[in-house]
Design a protein around this ligand. Structure first.
Ligand SMILES: Cc1cc2nc3c(=O)[nH]c(=O)nc-3n(C[C@H](O)[C@H](O)[C@H](O)COP(=O)(O)O)c2cc1C
Length: 406
C-alpha cells in the first residue's frame, strides 16, 4: 500500500509514510502567546496516531498581528517556554513535526487589530466587515520587515526542535492576500503582474531558507484558487507552483478559499463529483503535470479508497487530514493496520439555519475538541454544536472587553 511507503523530500529528509496532519489552529497558548504542557499532551496523541508528518496550527510571526487571541508567536525578544516538550512529544515514533508560520494581514478580528495591515486598503465584504476592520496599505519598509520576521520565526522553530516549517500561503491570510489581484491593488513591485504579486511569497521563502539552511524542510500551503471574482485563479496558482518549485520548495500543500469563500471546508457537491472525495483533486492532477515537487492534498479525504486513488494516480504524494484527526487521532494507524475505518466527519449544525450560515461552526467545534485532547481527554464527537457556539461567543466577548480595557 503506497500510504505506508516513505517519501524523500528535495532537501534529503524522509517522511515515514504518506499521512500528514494538516495545520489546525490550537488557539491554546498561555498568556503572552507562550507554549504550555497542553501542546505536548495534544501532539503526543497525534504522534502516536501514525501520521508521518504533523503540521502545527498557525504560529504567528508578529504579536501585534494575530488571527486569534491565543495564537503562539515566534518573534525576536519573546522568550518562549514549553516548546521543547511540545516538539519532543510531537516527534515521537519518528514523526516529523513542522511549524506553520503565518501573518493574518487583514484577517485579524476587530478586537485584536483596530487597523490591520494588508497589501492594499481593501476591506473584507459584508457580513465579514462587522468582524474585521478595513486594513491600511503596508509600506515597503513594513513589507521587508514582515519578510524578515518569517525568517526569524523559522530560525526559532528550528532552534526549538521543529523538524521543518510550512509557510501559510493559503486561506486569505497575508501571503495569499499578496497573490490575489482582488486584495492586492498595488502599483509598485509587490503588485500588478503575477510576477510582482508572487514576489512576497518568494521572498518569504528565501528569507526562511537563509535562516534554516539547505537540508531543513520548507513547505507552503497554497490555494488552488480563491474562488472569488477577480481573485487568485488556478492559472495563477500553477505559475506560483512552478516558481516555488524552481526555488527549492520541499512540499506544496494544496487547499483553496478564504474567509469570504470557505472552499477549504468543502461545499455541497454535485452528484457527478461526489465520488471524488478530495475537494481539490482535479486541480492537483493539473499541477502534477507542471512540477516534480512533492504535493500534499488536503480537504475532504474520508475513506481509504479515496486516499489510495489519489496516490495511485500520482495526483499527490501526501494525504492531508484535518478534522478526521480531531475526531479520531488514531485514524492513520488504524488504516495502516488494515482496519476498516472511515472518517466520522459530518456536516455540523446548531439546528438554527442562520447561525449555521453565519458562524464559523467548524472552527469553534473542532477547536474545542482540540482543547479536550490538550487536557488529556478523548475527543467527544457527540458534543453539542450549539453549546460550542455559545461558549465561543462568550469567550470572544470577554476577550474583546479585556482588549478595550487594557
Ligand atoms: C479548527 C480548525 C482550525 C484550522 N486552522 C488552520 C490553520 O491554522 N492553518 C491552516 O492552514 N489550515 C487550518 N485549518 C484548515 C485545515 O488544515 C484543512 O485545510 C481543512 O480542515 C480541510 O481538511 P479536512 O477536510 O481534512 O478537515 C483549520 C481547520 C479547522 C477545522
Amino acid at each position: 500500500m503506497k500510504l505506508s511507503t516513505p517519501l524523500t523530500l528535495p532537501c534529503g529528509v524522509t517522511l515515514k509514510n504518506r499521512f500528514a496532519k494538516s495545520a489546525m489552529s490550537e488557539n491554546m497558548a498561555s498568556s503572552g502567546h507562550l507554549g504550555n504542557p497542553k501542546f505536548a499532551t495534544l501532539y503526543r496523541r497525534w504522534s502516536n496516531g501514525g501520521a508521518g508528518l504533523l503540521i502545527t496550527g498557525n504560529i504567528m510571526v508578529d504579536s501585534s498581528a494575530l488571527g486569534e487571541p491565543h495564537n503562539i508567536v515566534f518573534e525576536k525578544g519573546l522568550e518562549q517556554q514549553g516548546i521543547k516538550s511540545w516538539t519532543g512529544a510531537g516527534r515521537e515514533n519518528e514523526t516529523h513535526l513542522w511549524a506553520q508560520l503565518n501573518h493574518p494581514g487583514k484577517q485579524s478580528p476587530k478586537f485584536l487589530s483596530p487597523t490591520p495591515v494588508a497589501p492594499s486598503a481593501v476591506a473584507l465584504k459584508a457580513p465579514l466587515d462587522k468582524i474585521f476592520n478595513k486594513p491600511r496599505e503596508l509600506r515597503e519598509d513594513e513589507i521587508l520587515a514582515i519578510i524578515a520576521r518569517f525568517g526569524i520565526a523559522a530560525a526559532i522553530a528550528k532552534d526549538h526542535g521543529f523538524t521543518g516549517v510550512q509557510i501559510h500561503g493559503a486561506h486569505g491570510y497575508l501571503v495569499s492576500q499578496f497573490l490575489s489581484p482582488h486584495h492586492n491593488r498595488r502599483e509598485d513591485r509587490w503588485g500588478g503582474s503575477l510576477e510582482n504579486r508572487m514576489r512576497f511569497a518568494c521572498e518569504v521563502y528565501k528569507s526562511i531558507r537563509e535562516n534554516v539552511g539547505a537540508d531543513f524542510p520548507v513547505g507552503i500551503k497554497l490555494n488552488s484558487a480563491d474562488f472569488q471574482k477577480g481573485g487568485f485563479s488556478e492559472e495563477d496558482s500553477m505559475e506560483v507552483v512552478k516558481e516555488l518549485s524552481a526555488l527549492g520548495m520541499d512540499l506544496i500543500e494544496i487547499s483553496g478559499g478564504n474567509y469570504e469563500s470557505q472552499e477549504m471546508m468543502g461545499k455541497p457537491k454535485k452528484e457527478s463529483t461526489k465520488k471524488r472525495e478530495a475537494y481539490f483533486l482535479e486541480y492537483c492532477e493539473k499541477v502534477r503535470k507542471v512540477t516534480d515537487t512533492p504535493l500534499m492534498l488536503t480537504g475532504g479525504f474520508r475513506t481509504l479508497d479515496g486516499m489510495n486513488e489519489a496516490l495511485a494516480t500520482d495526483s499527490c504524494d501526501v494525504i492531508g487530514l484535518g478534522r478526521s484527526l480531531v475526531i479520531n487521532p488514531e485514524f492513520p494507524k488504524q488504516l495502516l493496520a488494515g482496519e476498516s475505518v472511515k472518517s466520522e466527519v459530518q456536516q455540523l449544525t446548531t439546528g438554527f439555519k442562520s447561525l449555521d450560515k453565519n458562524f464559523p461552526l467548524e472552527i469553534t467545534w473542532y477547536t474545542q475538541q482540540i482543547h479536550r485532547m490538550g487536557q488529556g481527554k478523548d475527543p467527544d464527537p457527540k458534543q453539542s454544536v450549539l453549546a460550542s457556539v455559545l461558549h465561543t461567543l462568550f469567550s470572544m466577548g470577554i476577550q474583546g472587553l479585556k482588549r478595550v480595557r487594557s
